[in-house]
Design a protein around this ligand. Structure first.
Ligand SMILES: [Ca+2]
Length: 184
């Protein structure tokens, strides 16, 4: 009998795999695209493929840019609880060293002026880094490497959070022109 292996969880962050990954399939952008037949464009980091092999899993890969960056547009403002970043695992894990995660409502300086949630410190091959943003509000989540020229390589980014509440008409006191001008 052939042993059946357990299915691979579809999420990097297994504990919250039932919570929607806000970044999945959202528009993403990066400082440049490394010239490769693999076409390592920004969307590779939000395609739901959490594999770390550049040649089979199709990760993000920029050129050797000074302060390379990548960001995703979540489409709306969220209270961001955590950002999970999967590093390349077949080579060159140290390239992600010192990468910063920013969250905010602006893409000024490609998101690098926004709130800094944290810095990736585990640059081992295939590392999965969870950066906690503690409910910081933002529409854009960026990964960037400050202060040096580098190839930015990311195989997947997952973003978890909840929708920011908006004022509801149900919460306002009852009001109508008729009631405002009626005589008692
Ligand atoms: Ca991917």
């Amino acid at each position: 009998m052939t042993p059946v292996s357990a299915p691979t969880p579809p999420s990097l962050l297994r504990a919250v795999s039932l919570v929607p990954n806000l970044a999945r399939g959202r528009p993403a952008f990066q400082s440049s695209i490394y010239p490769s037949p693999k076409n390592p464009v920004a969307e590779r980091a939000v395609d739901g493929n959490c594999g770390g092999d550049f040649y089979t899993s199709l990760c993000v890969h920029t050129k050797y840019d000074y302060c390379p960056w990548w960001y995703v547009d979540l489409g709306d403002q969220y209270d961001i609880s955590a950002v999970v970043v999967k590093n390349r695992e077949d080579c060159c894990g140290d390239r992600l060293k010192g990468a910063q995660i920013h969250v905010g409502d602006s893409v000024d300086a490609n998101g690098q002026c926004s709130f800094l949630c944290g810095t990736i410190t585990d640059n081992s091959l295939g590392s999965i880094s969870t950066i906690h943003c503690n409910g910081r509000k933002g529409r854009y989540v960026s990964v960037s490497i400050p202060g040096r020229a580098e190839f930015l390589q990311i195989c997947e980014v997952e973003v978890y959070g909840v929708k920011c509440p908006t004022p509801s008409s149900d919460s306002l006191p009852p009001y109508s022109f008729a009631s405002a001008f009626s005589e008692t």
